[in-house]
Design a protein around this ligand. Structure first.
Ligand SMILES: [Zn+2]
Length: 123
């Protein structure tokens, strides 16, 4: 079975390598989905309590929000040391962070422009 939790944040970044308007700082309203697989515990009837996964994923994302009282809450990918600030690198970074607790976690991120864009880890 699979359990998914989705969190939504405003994500800011500048991607000079993309060229065009992506060179300047801009933002996306991004939806980050965390997915774990596992067997259902017959005692609890759950793969894992959804609230436990939600707490871990939410707090992991909040680690990257500078102003926690801001509305909307903004994750600035350019402020994360050591990564090239693309959506792909961000979800790989999140996956590495969460692997000690959830070894098989998969993360996807999608956002809308004139089309829907989605990037996902492979597992
Ligand atoms: Zn962008």
């Amino acid at each position: 079975m699979q359990l998914e939790v989705t969190e939504s944040f405003f994500i800011a970044h500048a991607t000079p390598s993309a060229g065009g308007t992506g060179k300047r700082v801009h933002g996306h309203y991004g939806h980050v989905t965390f997915r774990i697989s596992g067997r259902m515990d017959v005692k609890t009837g759950m793969v894992e309590p959804a609230s436990a996964l939600q707490d871990v994923c939410h707090s992991t994302l909040m680690d990257f929000v500078k102003d926690q009282d801001a509305n909307p809450q903004v994750i600035d990918l350019n402020a994360i040391a050591g990564i090239h600030p693309t959506m792909e690198n961000f979800i790989l970074f999140l996956q590495e962070r969460l692997r000690p607790k959830y070894p098989g976690i998969n993360i996807s991120l999608y956002w809308w422009e004139e089309s829907e864009y989605r990037v996902s880890t492979d597992g």
